[in-house]
Design a protein around this ligand. Structure first.
Ligand SMILES: [Zn+2]
Length: 105
């Protein structure tokens, strides 16, 4: 198969970026409607596309690594500050996995 030209690659990435944004909003909508399975499926597809095309910003703090649910503050995730250690704790309320994000240097 011939290699993709840089132009084609950029186009593919632009389409993928739109897809990811669309899937994330669909996932949030499905979650708010109470359809958790569908929401998880959309989030899974979004993170697959994101990692394949290496789209920034990453979905590391939007999709749970362990169970694949979308992290919506107040619904499926809680955010706390650990001031003594200097990091943000994002906890998935579906499976209990915690993500740490350093904010202090
Ligand atoms: Zn989880």
């Amino acid at each position: 198969m011939p290699r993709q030209s840089p132009k084609t690659k950029d186009l593919a990435r632009a389409i993928a970026r739109k897809r990811v944004a669309g899937l994330i909003s669909l996932s949030e909508k499905a979650l708010r409607d109470g359809n958790q399975e569908l929401s998880r499926r959309y989030a899974e597809l979004a993170s697959k596309i994101q990692s394949h095309y290496r789209i920034r910003p990453s979905l590391r703090y939007r999709v749970c690594k362990n169970c694949g649910s979308i992290l919506v503050p107040g619904i499926t995730s809680s955010t706390r500050l650990s001031s003594s250690r200097g990091y943000i704790v994002v906890k998935c309320m579906v499976c209990g996995t915690e993500l740490h994000k350093v904010y202090k240097k």
